[in-house]
Design a protein around this ligand. Structure first.
Ligand code: SF4
Length: 184
């Protein structure tokens, strides 16, 4: 059986059951770590305006990187960028264009690892930034779990607000999908 089929078998039949995160997705969590206002807007699908140059860069990276590994796997509400296997261990990878939002990418990976652990599946995580030739291994530990739970709790209170958090300019605004919404 080739490795991609093994991964398919491994993840077959997964059911979502993480506690207290039913409305939470990895993308929302990532957005929250960048800007709570962004997470609120994203939770309501408001005013998305993707920068076309970013989309082109993302597509280029997707088409030219890690060609031999299985890519973009959708498992319930988790879209895993890349799945690979090393020494019998499955590694879920998140691919980013740059390390500008590294912390947000790491919490996203931690979320995946936690979800998989809840399913009884042991996996490792890896952040890949091909254009910077950078990679970082992520292993689920108590510190990350604590951080994840606190973030999920805060995120839940953000998305349950009736209005978005106040606009505060930050270093991510220039590349943000909600740039026009906030600045016009
Ligand atoms: S443009 Fe800036 S303030 Fe507005 S959602 Fe994006 S990061 Fe947040």
């Amino acid at each position: 059986m080739d490795s991609s089929k093994k991964h398919d078998v491994l993840f077959k039949g997964l059911k979502m059951k993480i506690h207290g995160t039913n409305n939470i997705t990895a993308s929302l969590l990532n957005a929250y770590c960048i800007c709570s206002r962004k997470a609120w807007l994203m939770s309501r699908n408001i005013g998305i305006n993707y920068d076309e140059s970013n989309l082109v860069i993302g597509k280029y990276i997707d088409e030219t990187s890690y060609l031999r590994q299985k890519k973009s796997i959708l498992i319930e509400n988790m879209r895993i960028d890349l799945l690979k296997k090393l020494d019998g261990i499955s590694i879920i990878c998140e691919i980013k264009k740059s390390s500008i939002s590294e912390k947000a990418a790491i919490i996203q990976i931690v979320y995946y690892l936690y979800r998989f652990r809840e399913y009884g599946i042991s996996v490792k995580g890896e952040l890949l930034i091909p254009w910077e030739r950078k990679s970082k291994s992520i292993k689920l530990d108590n510190k990350f779990i604590k951080e994840l739970k606190e973030s999920v709790q805060d995120l839940n209170s953000v998305i349950n607000r009736s209005s978005p958090p106040e606009f505060k300019i930050n270093r991510y605004c220039r590349r943000c999908a909600y740039h026009d919404f906030c600045f016009i």
